[in-house]
Design a binder for this molecule. Structure first.
Ligand code: UD1
Length: 433
């Protein structure tokens, strides 16, 4: 298993280019199933979650062509609802988007219950409620979701009981080829919801109101191909901003939409970090002490739960006591146990973490328990004195393109610690026989 070796204590200086948004890409790629033609996707992040989804689509009969480093062509005109090993689908949370996309395209879907990071209970009842409202019958049996709409899908009104990113996008996907109008009330408003709607509209769909809490989808007969560029990753950008806050230095974070970062920017500013909006970039600088603050995670435009661990590290190094309230997931503080090994003082009680700021961290061997927790441990390693080894980095590679290379570009002392190569006994056997 590969690991990272970090020698911390060096402030970050320079420029970093943000990749395409993971949570937009992992919805838009399954949505390509709805398109009868070639979708050219630009600004696609090179991360393992994207590779997995492309692999799944290929196994469903899609043709995938890499045009360049960040551009791919996906042609799902010959795709069918069959043949994807469930182990593959279970590796990724976003495989649930295949239910909405396959229902819309084929009128039926068979998909494993989604996997992904263990952030606590991750139900899909709101997705199912939406599919039912459109006329599908959905059964969950032995870890599989079976959805069927023998008479086709018909638009309807869906009121979500909780604001769910996944359910909002999944219902949108099922609705674009349905007959008539679908209204999603209490919809999520994250930037990736707007991105999915823009992608679908650029392929010929009629989705209105994305970015507000009421989305209207007018079903169209067919989606044809086109080209679409995925938005920059809000959370990747926020991760580098939080790194500058925790480690110190001055970094130009490029290829961002500053509006999407406002919820993160305002918290960093409260903490004494300078953040300047430069249009398509933000300049982040921290050279003084960090001030304490409180954070409550909320659906967009509130503070994103996916930034809670990264900003948590900065709070560990702030003067005074900070309180985090995690209101989206019930299992998102496990990284704090790892951080105790590095000298963090924290008490967790249910959804609340009380952090007493310390003046410094000490390097230690730590292990990632999920994607964003992994990013937080890297930031902690960069801020700490001495050596930190980060294990289970496959979690990080699910969602961060070239994290090591990008951090190195900012002057960080971080590198891969490759696993020793196992002796190849099979080649010996071949030589003997
Ligand atoms: C997506 C993101 C994830 C992020 C989360 C919240 C992807 C692939 N993942 O996850 O990184 O942390 O949004 O911003 O985009 N819920 C229900 N019933 C449902 C669906 C959700 O009760 O049917 C609850 C969840 O338990 C959670 C809350 O709603 O408490 C929000 O979940 P949701 O927005 O659906 O998260 P995901 O789409 O799974």
């Amino acid at each position: 298993m590969d690991r990272y070796l970090i020698k911390g204590g060096k402030p970050l200086y320079g420029e970093v280019e943000i990749s395409g948004a993971k949570n937009a890409a992992v919805a838009i790629i399954p949505a390509a199933l709805l398109v009868d033609g070639v979708c050219r996707l630009e600004n696609v992040p090179r991360i393992s979650d994207v590779s997995l989804l492309l692999n799944i689509l290929e196994q469903m009969g899609a043709t995938i062509r890499r045009v360049n480093r960040s551009t791919i062509d996906i042609d799902c005109s010959q795709a069918r609802q069959t043949g994807v090993p469930s182990e593959l689908m279970r590796k990724i949370r976003a495989s649930y988007y295949l239910i909405g996309a396959a229902l819309g395209r084929f009128g039926h879907a068979e998909v494993s219950m989604p996997g992904g990071c263990d952030l606590g209970a991750r139900p899909i009842d709101q997705h199912i409620k939406g599919f039912n409202a459109l006329g599908a019958k959905v059964e969950v049996e032995a870890g599989m979701v079976y959805a069927k709409a023998p008479d086709g899908l018909t638009g309807n009104a869906v009121y979500l009981d909780v604001v769910s990113v996944g359910a909002t996008m999944n219902i949108m996907m099922a609705a674009v080829l349905a007959k008539g109008k679908t209204t999603i009330e209490n919809a999520a408003r994250e930037p990736h919801i707007v991105d999915l709607a823009n992608f679908l509209n650029s392929m010929g769909a009629d989705v209105r109101g994305a970015g507000t809490n009421v989305i209207r989808v007018y079903g169209t007969g067919q989606l044809t191909g086109g080209a679409y560029s995925i938005i920059p990753d809000q959370i990747e950008a926020g991760t580098y901003m939080a790194a500058v806050a925790a480690v110190g230095g001055e970094v130009l974070v490029k290829n961002v939409i500053p509006k999407h970062l406002e919820c993160i920017t305002s918290k960093l500013q409260e903490m004494g970090v300078t953040v300047k909006d430069l249009g398509e970039a933000v300049l982040v600088k921290r050279d003084g002490p960090l001030h304490r603050t409180n954070i409550k995670t909320m659906p967009y435009p509130g503070f994103p739960t996916d930034m809670q661990p990264q900003i948590g590290i900065a709070l560990c190094l702030a003067q005074g006591t900070s309180i985090i309230t995690e209101s989206i997931w019930d299992n998102r503080y496990r990284y704090l146990d790892e951080l105790k090994k590095m000298g963090v003082t924290v008490q967790v009680d249910g959804k609340t973490a009380v952090i007493e700021g310390v003046t410094g961290l000490t390097g230690a061997p730590v292990s990632c328990c999920d994607l964003r927790a992994g990013a937080a441990l890297v930031i902690a390693g960069l801020a700490a004195q001495g050596e930190t080894i980060v294990e289970q980095i496959h979690y990080i590679e699910r969602g961060y393109e070239d994290l090591v290379e990008k951090m190195q570009g900012l002057g960080a002392d971080i590198d891969y610690l490759l696993a020793p190569v196992e002796p190849d006994h099979t080649s010996n056997l071949r030589a003997i026989s």
